[in-house]
Design a binder for this molecule. Sequence first.
Ligand code: NDP
Length: 328
Amino acid sequence: MHTTTAPTVVIDAFGGPEVLRLEDRPVGEPGPGEIRIRHEACGLNFIDVYQRTGLYPMQLPAALGREAAGVVEAVGEGVTHLRAGDRAAYASGQSGAYCAARVMDAAQVCPLPEGVSFDEGAAMMLKGLTVHYLFRRTVPITRGDTVLFHAAAGGVGLIACQWARDEGITLIGTAGSDEKCALALEHGASHMINYRTEDFPVRVKELTGGKGVDVVMDSVGADTFDGSLDCLKPLGMMISFGNASGKVPPVDLGTLAAKGSLKLTRPTLFTHIAEHQTCQTMAQELFAKVLSGAVRIRIDQRFALADVAEAHRALEARKTTGATVLTV
Ligand code: NDP
């Protein structure tokens, strides 16, 4: 059956969750390098909030969503890694994943192995590929190294905890409640700090015998940035990769020298998966982690696509743990 129209979440203005609305959009035929995919599930990510509020500006009106899984309905000229009928999942730089079906660039769409469900596919591509590039492609991190990872009980966070455990990396995590800390410990964090009740730089120094950590992975942004720099060893690497609490203010580079020749990077997944073959290889390595049982994709919230505003409210209010999926 060919999908000709599909319910799609769009925004006409930046703002709160109330700007999210569902409309039926036409779904055409794929052009060269494109596919048409019918979604079974879509992933919810904090980047969707940044796009909805305008923190990451986009042209309006706009369709939201960067991650989904489903069945390929048709492929355009030149697409050789997918065929009609294939199960597939993706994280894409092209927004518009909050929908029942779409036509899109095929480069970042990956065949989904039989052992991974659609829900898992929709919950793991953007978050899991992010963990992959943070641990494998940003700075050399080896067995025995220590990483501080903020928001460790979230969608990206619980995958990071398990990835670190599997690779022999000591992960010190932070989270906003004792329950979240317990959850991250269950998933492989070596130590957890409740950063609402404890002074996290002081605790990190205690836990590392005064030395500090090799790498900080900070997606909380404004609230944690300065404290994160205080957690690093001399020559340590600060990876600032998100802004859940707000954008990090401009940084005085002299601070990096004063705190011990620190390094600082601000990466985005979409640079790492821009090249087709690299993206496919990263996805295969991620699927291998999941199929081996080393990483379990934990979906703690499910919302119907029509209830997307409620899902955004829960994510922004820090009420979620693990991944959230929108069911189609
Ligand atoms: P999460 O499920 O981790 O949700 C965000 C978490 O951030 C919350 O649950 C909360 O955990 C914590 N947080 C701290 N302060 C605030 C605040 N003021 N408001 C809301 N949340 C806050 O989201 P995702 O897994 O989707 O993403 C995690 C982070 O990683 C996001 O910042 C996202 O932008 C970033 N990211 C960056 C990518 C990149 O390539 N640069 C790619 C993918 C994700 P707690 O209550 O424990 O503090």
